[in-house]
Ligand binder design. Structure first.
Ligand code: FRU
Length: 445
């Protein structure tokens, strides 16, 4: 409704945001380099008592994984494993898991027993700074609500401390929770302004820019597009697809002090949900990744449940879509919902990608038909644990899936993965040349 927009149609709310255009997104195709291998169920789930989905690591300010007396920690959205998987978003709570070897993970329990904001908590990120854990999360719904709502705001909890011994690790409060970001209705759409599907203001992601030392939070939002505006050639249906990658800046570097800034990138007329945005700095470039769904692309664009990415020479961009279209990892056509919520992270000279194991033995074009399956089948076909980690070759504006590791294998910084990159990789001609310089020690050529 126009009255919800303080400055009316035509206002420049995007600042210098890059755009993911329809022309670029229309190039999305499954290719050899972008289709992930089929995923089979693991022998054992990380924690059979809960469904595990969106996951993030405890990281240092510089983005590297925190290692505390040899232990590393990840956080996941979780729900009891008896619950129908489709209902899990309505009761999500955050749990933590820890490991020394990055292969077997121990459940640590719920992070917040009491006090978290919202009626449930959705995805976020976690910072380990000066011995304190800061957990950024989405407070979804209203505390104590009788009828489920989908309101969202960005919250944080500070004050977590980590204790370790030979056996394991524990993360304890007391936590202080605070609401840190709400949409301003100018650069970021409010729920009242939203007129399309699935409103978003969520998924905070801590990032320190190595070039400037400045501190940021990225998040998933929507760009306001008032009714009657000329966006998308004035097409009111396409205007409903208005996903953005938002960003807030800390003026002081204090990880609790945030101010909204104009979005980094948006996808007006292209896609409604640019989920869990995050940046990996690799070879001096900024790789900006999001997850998105087939059903959140605007009419006329055929996308997939997949990881999408963009590259720029600086944090603010301009961003160019990777592989010309933005597609980096797609689920295979015969298992189109096998994984979701991808999270890229640097490991030595590579980029690895974590995600969760979603629905398998299911090849319908939409997830809507899941609800028609008998309940035991809905439960059986939901992975509910971490997916195999993907190894991604990244070279400038091109990426290629190279290989996968085991389910939930997150290598330690010291861990050598099979294969060596020669020092002079850059001198190899083009992308094919870079691949040719790869030597697998188990299968030397
Ligand atoms: C992606 C997502 C996130 C959200 C969470 C809720 O998997 O939609 O954006 O925080 O799931 O469960």
């Amino acid at each position: 409704m126009c009255s919800e927009f303080p400055e009316g149609p035509g206002v420049d709310v995007r600042g210098e945001a890059s755009a993911w255009t329809r022309e670029q997104a229309e190039r999305v195709r499954r290719t050899d380099g972008t289709v992930a291998p089929i995923i089979y169920p693991p022998e054992r789930k990380i924690d059979p008592s809960v469904h595990i989905w969106d996951t993030w690591f405890l990281r240092n300010r510089d983005g590297s994984m925190a290692q505390i007396d040899g232990w590393r920690v990840f956080f996941s959205l979780t729900a009891p494993s008896e619950l129908l998987p489709g209902k899990r978003h309505d009761v999500a709570t955050i749990r933590y898991f820890y490991s020394r070897d990055g292969k077997s993970w121990q459940p640590g329990g719920r992070v917040f027993d009491v006090g978290a904001l919202g009626s449930r908590q959705w995805a976020g990120s976690a910072l380990y700074d000066d011995g304190t854990v800061y957990l950024y999360y989405t407070a979804a719904g209203e505390a104590g609500e009788e009828h489920l709502t989908y309101s969202q705001r960005i919250a944080m909890a500070e004050g977590g401390t980590v204790r370790t011994d030979g056996e394991g690790l524990s993360l304890d409060g007391p936590w202080t929770h605070s609401r840190i970001l709400d949409p301003d209705g100018i650069r970021y759409e409010t729920e009242a302004q939203s007129r399309g599907m699935i409103y978003t203001f969520r998924d905070p992601w801590f990032f320190e820019d190595p070039a400037t030392g400045e501190t940021y939070l990225l998040f998933e939002g929507n760009t306001p597009v008032p009714e009657g505006s000329d966006a998308c050639g004035g097409d009111p249906v396409q205007q409903e697809f208005n996903g953005s990658i938002g960003i807030a800046r800390s003026p002081t570097g204090d990880p609790t002090d945030w101010e909204l800034a104009p979005p980094l990138l948006d996808a007006v007329c292209v896609n409604q949900e640019l989920e869990r945005p995050h940046v990996v700095v690799h070879d001096g470039r900024y790789y900006l990744f999001v997850s998105s769904h087939r059903h959140t692309f605007a009419p006329g664009i055929e996308g997939f449940d997949g990881l999408y990415g963009f590259v720029a020479d600086s944090l603010r961009g301009d961003y160019r879509p990777l592989n010309d279209s933005g597609l980096v990892v797609a689920n295979p056509a015969n298992a189109p919902f096998q994984a979701y919520s991808w999270l890229a992270f640097g490991h030595r000279e590579e980029i690895l990608v974590n995600s969760f194991f979603n629905y398998y033995e299911y090849d319908r074009p939409s997830l809507d038909d899941i609800a028609a399956l008998p309940e035991p089948e809905q439960l059986r076909r939901f992975g509910g644990t971490l997916a195999p980690t993907i190894r991604l070759d990244v070279d400038g504006d091109r990426t290629r899936i190279r290989d996968t590791l085991a389910h939930g294998h997150i290598p330690t910084a010291e861990e050598d993965l099979p294969g060596i990159w020669f020092e002079d990789r850059e001198t190899a001609a083009g992308y094919g040349g870079a691949t040719a310089s790869y030597v697998d020690p188990e299968n030397p050529r």
